[in-house]
Design a protein around this ligand. Structure first.
Ligand code: PMP
Length: 453
């Protein structure tokens, strides 16, 4: 291996990581990933890791070292790298068309660079619609407990973890939280939990006043907040409620978008029809920075009659939304998913993860619940199965560390409610093979035995 001591020193001296990492790096070298191929990455010490989290945060959907994406980006950058989004480009037009083919009912794509920014675009449009069409009175936006929508100050206002306000308050006003829908941790003792959890949204709407609410923003499957797959009946009822009160439905597909759940988009599992869809991470599998805000012709029409307005949709341009690297990488990423049958593979491998974790649940009493949709799976660890008392976060972290020492990278929830960072997260690339899946769950099996006996 190359001598990377200089890189490690520079990391220690100048990088700003999570503060918990700086603490760790007092005793171990900073983790620096230098190479990737397929499902595997190599660190500065030359150690091989099987990546079960697609680049840490559900991003590298088609795996590492894809020369066809790198070549497409290279060729495009030499030909035409950038012109502001006010002008079109060949890759942006082509990708928009290909994307919309996968999203019946939607028709317009706005490009920016991150999931946070794509979400902010929706929040801004909702406020603009409120000003143009509702006298500025229908601008509140609902978000859900345990969901997450990004790093900017307003995106943080929509994140369903109370500690956000303590860290970053005062937050942007006009965002109102609705309850989460995790059936394993029931808040209502009823048969039809999905409908009941959706009715809880209606209760908030009635409390706030339906005429004050412009949009409802939800993750299709809550990611960092606990791998929460909404129960049957939830989405149907959510859709009804939005229609009843003229509330626009925004689905944040930043994690699920482009294949993660075995369909192009997470919402397509549930038959729901959103007014806005945002996506980022998996759009170009981490080969270029790109995010998209997609909406309907009906929303577009609400803006188009007034192009001279300085608040106009058309003038709101994100500089790097015009970079061609994103859409050209996204086009090739989409081609790979189609040509290699990765949606089908995701369904098969996702079922295998759940099957393997369920088998581990028979053996290890600490696994309270196993959840998943496609290659987006979680195992919630509890101190006591009967009371469902969450496992102490430090012991969950010890499991992750043990798995890591075995050369497999898994994740754990880090954005749940305080006291609920107790879910192991598995989201391998969509190219995973049965052997990869077994290697991941075998490592978890050994770690659970070592940590809990
Ligand atoms: N929405 C969801 C559901 C996310 O998980 C994330 C990032 N983890 C974001 C939005 C923000 O995306 P970005 O980091 O690209 O701004």
């Amino acid at each position: 291996a190359n001598d990377l001591s200089e890189v490690i020193e520079a990391d220690r001296a100048h990088m700003w990581h999570h503060l918990s990492q700086h603490k760790q790096y007092e005793t171990v070298d900073p983790r620096i990933i230098v190479e990737g191929k397929g499902m595997r990455v190599w660190d500065a010490a030359g150690k091989e890791h099987l990546d079960a989290v697609s680049g840490g945060v559900w991003t590298v959907n088609v795996g590492y070292g894809r020369e066809s994406i790198a070549n497409a980006v290279r060729d495009q950058l030499i030909k035409m790298n950038y012109f502001a989004h006010s002008a079109g480009s060949i890759p942006a037009s082509r990708f928009s068309k290909r994307l919309i083919e996968k999203m019946p009912g939607l028709s317009r794509v706005y490009y920016s660079n991150s999931g946070s920014e794509a979400n902010e675009k929706v929040f801004k449009m909702v406020r603009q619609i409120s000003h143009r069409h509702h006298g500025g009175k229908k601008g509140k936006i609902l978000f859900r407990e345990r969901d997450y929508h990004g790093t900017t100050i307003t995106a943080l206002a929509t994140s369903g973890q109370p500690q956000r306000a303590e860290q970053y308050g005062p937050l942007t006003p006009g965002f109102v939280m609705v309850p989460h829908c995790l059936e394993y941790r029931k808040q209502w003792d009823v048969e039809n939990y999905g409908e009941r959890a959706a009715d809880a949204i209606e209760e908030v709407i009635l409390r706030e006043g339906p005429d004050t609410i412009g949009a409802l923003c939800l993750e299709p499957v809550t990611a960092g907040g606990g791998v929460i797959v909404p129960p049957a009946g939830y989405w149907e009822r959510v859709q009804e409620i939005c229609r009843k009160y003229d509330i626009l439905l925004h689905i944040d597909e930043v994690v699920c978008g482009l294949g993660r759940t075995g369909t192009w988009f997470g919402y397509q599992n549930f038959g729901v029809k959103p007014d806005f869809v945002t996506m980022a991470k998996g759009v170009a599998s981490g080969y270029a920075a790109i995010s998209c805000t997609v909406t309907t012709e009906a929303v577009f029409d609400m803006f188009k009659d007034d192009p001279s307005d300085p608040m106009s949709y058309f003038r709101d341009i994100s500089t790097f939304g015009g970079c061609t690297a994103g859409p050209v990488a996204a086009l090739e990423n989409m081609r790979i998913i189609e040509d290699e049958g990765l949606l089908e593979n995701t369904l098969k491998m996702g079922a295998r993860v759940v099957e393997n974790l369920s088998a581990l649940q028979e053996k290890h009493a600490v696994i309270g619940d196993v959840r998943g949709k496609g290659l987006f799976c979680g195992a919630e660890l509890v101190a006591d199965r009967a009371t469902k008392e969450p496992m102490d976060e430090k012991r969950v972290a010890a499991v992750v560390a043990d798995v890591m020492a075995q050369g497999v990278i898994i994740g754990m929830t880090n954005r749940s409610l305080p006291g609920f960072n107790n879910t192991l997260c598995l989201s391998p690339a969509l190219i995973a093979t049965p052997d990869d899946i077994d290697q991941i769950t075998d490592a978890i099996d050994r770690a659970l035995t070592r940590v809990f006996g």
